[in-house]
Design a protein. Structure first.
Length: 255
């Protein structure tokens, strides 16, 4: 803890300076979270449990990548720096519930995050935003309940890569099939006048370069010649599409 000795009279400017120092030292930051021995232990033990189950990698490499991506998304969209920081914190802690069980890990993780962040002194409104995002990130119950949750979902689901598979590929496991088929992936906000996110996936056999956008009137959405949507789209509406694909030895899409 850093202490500053102030001399009388205690002016308004010096009082504000002291308050800013206090806030900086007591604020729960991404750096404090990712260096917490408790949090690091829980993440590592959770991943160890998944490893023993033969499940895909959910280690510090995964949560760190998701944290960086989630923060970068909101930063690029112009969100406040503190919201960006909360997104990184939520993303770093999002899989901590796997320590309890893989089933319902989003909800158990949210409860764990509540206890940890509250104990660290995070204000209730910030805890609420982080906990809601963590509790709403998994496939079955995923929903962008706030901006932090939206960034977390995008960042988490776009981290697909072959190096996350830690065993012989199980053809019945969707996580194995998808991750093994992908060499690299990239999620970026396109820097132009069109309002869409582009998710580029480089699979073992082919590249899919796919975007969703704003449209009005007749619309047709195509991927590799197949029509996935065709019909009327109301003005100012958004089309959100999640594509999961895998290549086989013939270079065609399986799933």
């Amino acid at each position: 803890m850093h202490y500053t000795e102030w001399t009388l009279p205690f002016s308004e400017s010096s009082h504000q300076k002291a308050w800013n120092i206090y806030k900086t030292e007591t604020m729960v930051t991404y750096d404090k979270v990712r260096n917490s021995k408790e949090i690091l232990t829980y993440i590592q033990r959770a991943d160890l449990s998944l490893q023993r189950m033969g499940f895909t990698e959910h280690s510090l490499a995964h949560v760190t990548k998701v944290a960086v991506t989630a923060g970068d998304i909101l930063l690029a969209l112009g969100y406040d720096k503190r919201i960006v920081e909360l997104a990184r914190i939520a993303a770093f802690m999002h899989d901590i519930g796997n320590l309890v069980n893989r089933a319902d890990h989003a909800q158990s993780g949210a409860i764990m995050a509540f206890r940890l962040l509250d104990k660290m002194g995070m204000p209730a409104d910030e805890v609420a935003k982080v906990v809601s995002a963590i509790g709403s990130h998994d496939e079955d119950t995923a929903w962008p309940v706030n901006e932090v949750a939206a960034a977390l979902i995008l960042a988490d689901k776009s981290d697909v890569r072959r190096s996350r598979v830690r065993r012989a590929v199980n053809p019945n496991d969707i996580h194995d099939r998808v991750n093994y088929s992908v060499v690299s992936s990239e999620l970026k906000l396109c820097d132009n006048n069109e309002d869409y996110l582009q998710w580029a996936i480089t699979s073992y056999f082919s590249m899919i370069n796919f975007g969703t956008g704003v449209a009005a009137g007749d619309a047709e959405l195509r991927l590799d010649g197949d029509i996935f949507y065709e019909g009327k789209v109301p003005a100012n509406s958004r089309i959100h599409v999640l594509v999961t694909a895998m290549g086989n030895e013939y270079g065609t899409t399986q799933s």
